[in-house]
Write a protein of this length. Structure first.
Length: 304
């Protein structure tokens, strides 16, 4: 089993990969071609307590595993790694000059900024390893130009404006990546077609096999794994296709089943709640009222 190397600071990144001392304590841009040749990089796993944004562009190193899956990390694609994720790196045979890069930054860089409060909204930091962002040449040029502005800013003399400009460019980069992911969702419609239908089938099979009696209502995590996607990626796909998140779809499916039972059986609301996988009937009633503006009993009385 590979040893896990913990890396908690920008200085530790530079020291481990044989780079010169960092020009900024909280952010750096790293090109693997600048590192020492004889580092045994492939026989370890790496746990970064840092944010990691990488563009693979004819780079001899590639992320081979991130989380539980192998990585479809092609030329011209990007990956986003949140702090405390474990990844593996392998060397590839590429003879041309390496041109990929990685932005690595510590959470403290953005902690007191607006970006720090919004960073969780960039859901691609929680995508699984096979959900990379694949860029066109023009998109690749855009993100590279922004990365160069960031590097220029932290490599110059640091002044009162440096932090603001670094963070604003970092946020600009992430916002462009949101746009490019939207484009990817749209252009890959055929690959992702009928995600909502597939998801509906998953829920039908779950309840058809009475899994809710053993495991409770299906979780977002379970649904993502069952469809070979990260929970965030599945939710974003469903939102693009239907305007509703994974959790919304789960609740909608359950409420529809509950409505049928309320109108076509003599079971109490509590009995229906337990049969649908709820551990607490009060939680079922809360969701039902949120979705219908009525309690289960009110719904039964009004429509019967």
């Amino acid at each position: 089993m590979k040893e896990i190397v913990q890396i908690n600071s920008i200085a530790e990144v530079h020291a481990y990969f044989g780079l010169k001392k960092p020009k900024h304590p909280l952010i750096s841009i790293i090109r693997v071609s600048d590192s020492v040749e004889d580092i045994d990089i492939e026989n370890f796993k790496y746990a970064f307590n840092l944010y990691h944004i990488s563009l693979k562009d004819n780079c001899e190193y590639t992320i081979s595993n991130y989380g539980q899956n192998s990585y479809d990390y092609q030329e011209g694609s990007m990956v986003f790694v949140a702090p405390n994720q474990v990844l593996e790196i392998e060397r590839q045979n590429i003879n041309q000059e390496d041109s990929g890069w990685s932005i690595v930054f510590h959470p403290d860089l953005i902690r007191q900024s607006k970006l720090g409060k919004r960073i969780d909204h960039y859901s691609f930091f929680e995508y699984a390893s096979n959900e990379a962002l694949h860029l066109s040449n023009e998109e690749r040029q855009t993100v590279t130009e922004i990365s160069q502005k960031i590097e220029k800013e932290f490599s110059s003399n640091i002044d009162a404006h440096s932090q603001t400009l670094i963070i604003s460019n970092l946020e600009l980069l992430l916002n462009y990546c949101v746009r490019f992911y939207d484009r990817q969702f749209f252009t890959r419609t055929n690959l992702n077609q009928d995600i909502a239908s597939q998801f509906e089938k998953l829920l039908k099979n779950y309840y058809g096999n009475n899994k809710q009696l053993q495991f409770g209502i299906p979780s977002v995590k379970y649904c993502g794994e069952a469809m070979n996607m990260s929970p965030k990626y599945l939710s974003d796909l469903l939102k693009k296709e239907t305007g509703q998140s994974t959790q919304d779809h789960i609740h909608k499916y359950i409420i529809n089943k509950a409505k049928n039972r309320l109108l076509n059986s003599n079971e109490s609301a509590s009995e229906i709640a337990y049969s649908l996988g709820f551990e607490y009937p009060q939680y079922f009633s809360k969701i039902f009222k949120k979705k219908t503006s009525m309690s289960p009993n009110e719904y039964r009385q009004r429509l019967n």
